[in-house]
Structure formats: C-alpha cells, structure tokens
Design a binder for this molecule. Structure first.
Ligand code: FAD
Length: 425
C-alpha cells in the first residue's frame, strides 16, 4: 500500500483538522505519514494563544489534537519556522504534499492619526500578551486611566473588553499569564467601551458569546435598548437567523442591565474612529457618529478589526491571505484555515474547511515519491518533538495544580525549552 508523505505547516486547529481529514481518508489504497511543523515550541495555535482564558471549555478541543498527535503516522517538529529554519521549497521537494496552516497573526491597522502612540495596541499584541505567547510577554499595556476603548465589532473585541473589565480575581483559576493577572489587578480601568462602526444588525459577534456576557458576576454590561429596537426595525420581518439571534441576545442584555458593579462594559454603535489623541501617550479617541463628533477620554485603545497573514517566502500572498483556489495553491501546495479564508470562523469551521481541501488533495495525488527524511536538515536545530511538547505540557499542568489553575504557562522561549530539555539528550 503506498504511503504518502505530507507536511503540515502550523500546529493550530486547521493543521490538526487537516491531519485528521488525511487519516480519515486513508484506506486500503493509501496511507499517510504526517509531519507537522510549528514555529513556536508549543502547538495548538490560537487555542493556546488566542482563545480567552476565562473560556477554558473551548480549549478542551486540544484533546482532539493530542489524539491525532499520538498516532504512529504523526511527527511534531515544533520550534521550527518554515521560511527560516526550512524553506517552503525544501518541503515541496521532500513531501508528496505540503499543507499551509499558518493562520493570520498580524493585526490590521485603522490608518488614523495617533495609532502609534503609547497605549494604542492591536488585539494581535494584547491577546497574546495575556495568553503568555513567548514573543509578547514584554508588551507595554498602560492601564492607569479609568477608561479603555476597544474598537471592533466581533468576538475578539468582546474577549478583549471582557478581559479588561473582569474582576481580576476571576482570572486566578485560569491559565492567564502571571504578568497579565498582576497587571489587571493593578489596573485603574473601570469603564470599557466597545466602539462599533455600524449598527447592531451588522456586528460580527456570535450569539453564544453575547449570551455569556450577562453571566459576568462583577461587571455591568450596558447596551442602549433604543439602538437595538432600531436595528430590529431595520432588518424587518425576516432577518437572517444569526442576525436575529444576535439581536435577541443584545435586546436581552439591554432590558436586563445591571448597574450595581463598579466595572462596566458599554457597547457604542455607529462610532467610526477618526483620530487617537495624545502627546506621548493616548489621551482619548475621536469618533464620528450620526450626531457629530464625540471624544472619549481614555489612556488605552485596543483595535480588534481583523488580521492579515504574515508573508512567508515561497508562498504567494494577497490581501492578507494565501492565494488559492478552493485550497489549492500551486504544485503540491495546499492551504487551510485562516491562512486560506482570512480571519473568520470559529474553531469548528476549520474542520469542514480542511476536510474539503483534503478531498481535493486526494484527487491530485499520483504515485508517492520516495523522498529523504526532513530530519537530516534539522540536525543543528533544537526540535521540540511530540515527546518534548508532552514534557512542557506536563510541567505546565503540574505548576498550575497547587494554584487550582489548568496550567501555569511558561512565558518565555527559554522557560518553555527548559521544560522540554530533559528529552533533548
Ligand atoms: C483572540 C481570538 C479568540 C478566539 N476565540 C475563539 C473561541 O473562543 N472559540 C472559537 O471557536 N474560535 C475562537 N477563535 C477563532 C479560532 O482561534 C480560529 O478559527 C483558529 O485558531 C484558526 O486556526 P488556524 O489553524 O487557521 O490558525 P492558528 O490557530 O493561528 O494557527 C496557526 C499556527 O501556525 C503557526 N505558524 C505561523 N507561521 C508559521 C511558520 N512560518 N512556520 C511554522 N509555523 C507557523 C503559528 O505559530 C500557529 O501555531 C478566536 C480567534 C482569536 C484571534
């Protein structure tokens, strides 16, 4: 039976779901030997460094990833960056197929004055900072003013607002980075605005996330009821199911507002950012609204307006995504996940997406080529294998146990590599 060698670049949900789809498509005629490459010493992509730490249930999908990873036909090569440690050409040459699953990690800019001031951050820095991504532990997050502004109308904006407005003690039993918990405890922020460019009917939140908001035990959530009623009137009698569900969830929040807490999240619709004001540091944000210009005084602005993919030499990119036709890129290269579609869709969306691409890949495969093992090109590199990662994982979980946390994450590259060290020799 022929065995095809497949390289998957990126150990996020899309990469693992591609591996799963390959396994599901194996039969008496073909099997797959899968090598997964990841630039960080840790796998799981945004499940580790994106998903909010106060939503631990969502991270249980990692059990599915680990089951795939312990298959006999699977090898993890973490701490290996494609485009730097190995080239795309080397992969294309040594594998029957190469699947790009590198996501989109670069925050989009607003392109307005003041965006580079201290205190103006992208969610693409703020989120990995609180999630202990080893490249973001040093991000400067000034939280000494009483108000923060989050710009964006999707789930990332909502995560960011929630993290800023939570009672920080609620983060103690989570895997939030130690430095972030400490900073949130010192934070003076008590009011967080989510500023959304359009009306409530166009917001890209998903309704389960909206319905979770009123469950916050120490935070008021304010939505103007008139705004939601106006949006309901605008969409008419037969809105799309998701829009209706979102508007219902927002109406529920608007009609059941709490005001007793000293921490508040407030939604502002039809607020288009015009300028971030300040001298050396953010002092306020100017918005244009249907009623004229409005300035909100604030020392912290976080933009959550989407992501672009980072270019990797040897892969064609356009408009922040890999150029592709239904996941086919060129030659034996394919793309899945956010690198293919752009930054939209929940974790599960990547599963059906990957399955469809693997179907095409299977159609394209001809005779397997007998190729040399990639490991010989990585002799001088400290590769984090699945065993090494399991050592990091176990060390983090053990460190979290006495603190009733699911894990206490390593926050620097060195710390993570040290956890794995015993397996290197
Ligand atoms: C802040 C945030 C919160 C989210 N919360 C939720 C949620 O609560 N629920 C939900 O269902 N979805 C959530 N999502 C969406 C979900 O995370 C995505 O659908 C999913 O992670 C996309 O998977 P991916 O594999 O395409 O990309 P990613 O998860 O980004 O994985 C890409 C991987 O590729 C690696 N990589 C990049 N470049 C290279 C390279 N050159 N060489 C080797 N490796 C490389 C990266 O390090 C990363 O590990 C959230 C997204 C964000 C941004």
């Amino acid at each position: 039976m022929p065995t095809y060698k497949v390289a998957i670049v990126g150990a996020g949900p899309a990469g693992y779901f591609a591996a799963q789809a390959l396994n599901n498509s194996a039969d008496n005629d073909r099997s797959f030997a899968i090598d997964m490459f990841e630039r960080l010493p840790t796998p799981w992509g945004l499940v580790r460094s994106g998903v909010a730490p106060d939503h631990p249930k969502i991270k249980t999908v990692s059990k599915v990833f680990e089951k795939i990873a312990t298959g006999e036909n699977f090898r993890l090569f973490a701490n290996v960056e494609i485009g730097k440690d190995l080239s795309v050409e080397q992969l294309q040459d040594r594998y029957d197929a190469v699947i790009i699953a590198t996501g989109t990690s670069l925050g989009k800019n607003l392109g307005i004055i003041g965006e580079n001031l201290r205190g103006s951050l992208s969610a693409a820095s703020f989120v990995p900072w609180y999630n202990a991504h080893p490249e973001f532990s040093g991000v400067d997050v000034p939280m000494d003013s009483d108000t923060a502004v989050v710009i964006g109308g999707g789930n990332v904006a909502m995560d960011v607002a929630r993290m800023l407005a939570l009672e920080p003690k609620e983060l103690d039993p989570t895997d939030t980075a130690d430095h972030a918990i400490e900073a949130f405890k010192k934070s003076a922020i008590r009011k967080v605005y989510i500023a959304i460019r359009r009306g409530a009917e166009h917001a890209a939140f998903t309704s389960p996330e909206l319905r979770d908001l009123p469950k916050l035990e120490h935070t008021n959530v304010i939505i103007n009821e008139d705004e939601i009623n106006a949006a309901i009137a605008r969409v008419g009698d037969s809105p799309e199911k998701d829009v209706k569900s979102n508007l219902d969830a927002m109406l529920h929040i608007a009609q059941n507002q709490k005001t007793e807490h000293d921490r508040t999240i407030e939604f502002l619709f039809f607020h288009t950012p015009k300028e971030i004001q300040g001298n050396n540091q953010v002092e306020g944000v100017v918005f244009s609204t249907p009623n004229g210009e409005v300035t909100i005084k604030s020392g912290l602005v976080v933009t959550a307006i989407g992501y672009n993919a980072i270019d990797i030499p040897g892969i064609p990119f356009e408009n922040g995504k890999v150029v592709n036709s239904d996941g086919r890129v060129n030659g034996n290269m394919y793309v899945v996940g956010w690198a293919k579609r752009g930054p939209s869709g929940v974790i599960g969306t990547n599963k059906s997406d990957a399955a469809a691409v693997i179907e095409l890949l299977n159609q394209d495969l001809s005779e397997p080529k007998n190729k040399n093992d990639i490991a010989e090109l990585l002799k001088d590199k400290k590769v984090v294998t699945q065993k090494d990662w399991e050592a990091i994982n176990a060390a983090e979980i053990a460190a979290g146990e006495p603190l009733s946390k699911p894990r206490r994450k390593g926050i620097t590259w060195d710390q993570l590599m040290a956890h794995a060290e015993i397996y290197f020799f």
